[in-house]
Ligand binder design. Structure first.
Ligand code: 2IP
Ligand code: CA
Length: 380
């Protein structure tokens, strides 16, 4: 299974390259954006964009993982459907082929015959790449690949990716919006229990490179299985944990007013906002905020699986907010039902089958999760 982690790191870096290549040509990028329709649409947005970058990244990850781990065929799920419509209204199923020239021919079809663009993308997709990561290379894990399945969010924060604002990281250590909020998320969970066990997060647009021409990225990973809890970085114990009278809570800017109102009336709570569900959880992972909570079911399994594994590796977790509020009211202390990833919501249709329906609360320190839940219980 350590092999799988190393492969996911490589493929996430390739995914970040594809994301960067797709953004470089503004005209090309605009041509690639297409609106989602019907059951595929995230109801939270008036417009929900699917980009060719999304589809290509997802299919590339699927292709590379299945080439090395054929037993994962049929167990790799993603946010996107791989059918894309080109400018001529033709529907094309995007797949990555074993041979470079076949991928190029297929992409040329999607790109209305634009051979230059197709060849640029094909090069990024078929590029052989190996990240050096000593910690990942020395990892031992006695878990078999036929016990796991994968959730991919090829680009989380698509609207930030499309808009392309070049934000610098301010003093808080996180960007409220902009390209740095766009992330590639690959999460691995146990088929039997749905527990997240491995996660890779790649941030393609961490900062501008030293020439100011392109972007540099960074990646994070975590593994939490049995006695093994390892993360790619050592948690610098967050400042907020030292001064516990203060609680920092991250929210979506579209959070319900009643949630914002209840939290604003608490004197010791600081509210913060940032774009991207994955990015907000990354802020919790990095100790930049204490908790991230979302009261609505507008995140999905592919948004939370990867960062959830990192939080678990660091001793934290992600729970169903409604269930936490219910158990807090019923006085059943310490019950923090963690999200699982293997079962669809059978009463729902389309994309909502995989929604984190009861809302979420992500935390590193469970006592701060409990504190937040207690402040909200019975009031929202
Ligand atoms: C979205 C994206 C949004 C987020 C939403 C996710 O995923 O992360 O930014 O909303 O919940 O589903 P918000 O930023 O308000 O938290 P995607 O970009 O992959 O559609
Ligand atoms: Ca997403």
């Amino acid at each position: 299974m350590a092999e799988l982690l190393r492969l996911l790191l490589d493929v996430s870096e390739k995914a970040a390259n594809v994301a960067r290549v797709c953004r470089q040509e503004a005209a090309l990028f605009e041509l690639l954006v297409q609106e989602k329709k019907g059951a595929d649409k995230n109801k939270k947005f008036l417009k929900d964009f699917k980009t060719l970058a999304d589809v290509i990244i997802q299919e590339m990850i699927r292709h590379d993982v299945c080439a090395q781990f054929p037993e994962l065929n049929g167990f790799i799920h993603g946010e996107e459907s791989n059918t894309f419509e080109n400018g001529l209204g033709e529907s094309v199923t995007v797949t990555v082929c074993a041979k470079e020239e076949d991928t190029a021919a297929l992409l040329a079809k999607v790109l209305d015959g634009d051979l230059t663009a197709a060849s640029l993308l094909t090069k990024a997709i078929h590029h052989k790449l190996q990240l050096r990561d000593e910690k990942a290379e020395s990892l031992q894990l006695s878990l078999s690949s036929d016990e796991v399945a994968i959730w991919i969010d090829p680009i989380d924060g698509t609207s930030q990716y499309i808009e392309g604002k070049e934000e610098e990281e301010p003093d808080e250590g996180f960007c409220p919006s902009g390209l740095p909020c766009a992330l590639v998320l690959i999460g691995v969970y146990l088929r039997a229990t749905g527990q997240p066990v491995m996660g890779v997060i790649n941030q393609p647009f961490k900062c501008k490179d030293f020439m100011g021409q392109g972007w540099r990225g960074q990646h994070f990973w975590g593994v939490s299985y049995g006695d093994v809890n390892v993360c790619s970085f050592t948690q610098r114990r967050p400042l907020c944990l030292q001064k516990r009278d203060h609680l920092s809570v991250m929210l979506s800017s579209s959070e319900k007013p009643e949630v914002k109102d209840v939290l604003t009336t608490l004197s010791n709570v600081k509210l913060m906002y940032a774009s991207g569900a994955g990015y907000k959880i990354l802020c919790v992972i990095q100790g930049l905020v204490d908790v991230y909570l979302l009261s609505e079911g507008s995140t999905f399994k592919w948004d939370s699986c990867a960062p959830h594994a990192l939080l678990r590796a660091l001793g934290g977790g992600i729970s169903d907010l409604n269930e936490c509020l219910r158990s807090s009211l019923n006085g059943s202390d310490g019950r923090r039902p963690e999200l699982t990833y293997h079962e669809p919501n059978n009463k729902s249709q389309g994309v909502d089958k995989w929604a984190n329906r009861g809302g979420i609360i992500a935390y590193l320190d469970s006592s701060l999760c409990d504190k937040t839940v207690a402040a909200l219980a019975g009031k929202i």
